[in-house]
Design a protein around this ligand. Structure first.
Ligand code: ZN
Ligand code: ZN
Length: 269
């Protein structure tokens, strides 16, 4: 898997965030030839440039549809190439009230945005499911899902392929002293856990109810669930490179092999 955007809430450019990167959530996962995408923050624009000219038949899974996870969507060039096929998935909406297609259509609507999703030339399918469902987007690829604790809901994913497992859990808030049972179940024994580490435990009390967690909680969850490595993700825009270097040292000590996500980082479970 490769990170194209690792930042939470809002993109932030500038010298203080240049090394870890300022783009919001976007992940590329490859199961041999099969490509899976996760979230469409500002990082997906760069992924789109890297994929240009390739014929794609691909799934894009959203954790949820808060702005920082969808705002790169209209700038993903492969959507403008006819011949490409995409299936877009979301599990956090109650499809009786609101579908993924409707959310994206309302976000790409004048005067918020000049053109609607119909501008895309690729074949687009929108698929709503329920967090907790198991998805099988391709032969041998299993996606287990679980609901996360976040305003408006969010979905956590566990991707299993060829005996390896990679979990992607953002955005989610923990309750201090009460490990999230849904998350423990999803990450049990996983090889790699990418987790919402927006804050530190020291900062967290100021941001209770904002829907995010801490790297220390990520370590506690991984230990309890027997997961091997934690990947610190969804960095607060106020956390500059020096601060993230400090967290990288701490998290490696707390759970050896763990790392802080940065743009361009490639990991193999
Ligand atoms: Zn977010
Ligand atoms: Zn969110």
């Amino acid at each position: 898997m490769r990170f194209w955007g690792v930042r939470g809430s809002i993109a932030c450019s500038g010298p203080r965030t240049a090394r870890y990167g300022g783009n919001t959530s976007s992940l590329e996962v490859r199961c041999d030839e099969r490509l899976l995408l996760f979230d469409a923050g500002t990082g997906i624009r760069y992924l789109g440039k890297a994929l240009e000219g390739k014929e794609l038949d691909t799934d894009l899974f959203f954790t949820h549809t808060h702005f920082d996870h969808v705002c790169g969507l209209p700038f993903f060039r492969p959507f403008f190439e006819s011949g490409n096929r995409f299936r877009l998935w979301a599990g956090h909406l109650d499809a009786r009230q609101m579908t993924l297609k409707r959310v994206l259509s309302e976000f790409m609507m004048s005067p918020l945005f000049p053109v609607p999703p119909e501008i895309f030339h690729a074949q687009m399918e929108y698929r709503d499911f329920r967090s907790g469902d198991t998805l099988r987007p391709a032969a041998g690829v299993t996606l287990k899902t679980a609901p996360l604790n976040h305003p408006d809901g969010a979905t956590g994913y566990r991707i299993e392929y060829a005996g390896k497992s990679l979990c992607y859990l953002t955005d989610t808030e923990h309750v201090p002293g009460k490990p999230d049972r849904n998350i423990l179940g999803l990450i049990a024994g996983a090889d790699l856990v990418i987790y919402d580490c927006m804050y530190t435990d020291e900062e967290y009390p100021r941001y209770a109810t904002w829907g995010h967690s801490t790297w220390q909680e990520g370590v506690r969850l991984c230990r309890e669930a027997g997961a091997k490595r934690l990947v610190v993700f969804h960095h607060d825009p106020e956390h500059d490179d020096d601060m993230l270097d400090g967290i990288a040292r701490e998290v490696e000590k707390a759970l050896p092999g763990s790392v802080v996500a940065r743009e361009g980082l490639v990991l193999e479970p």
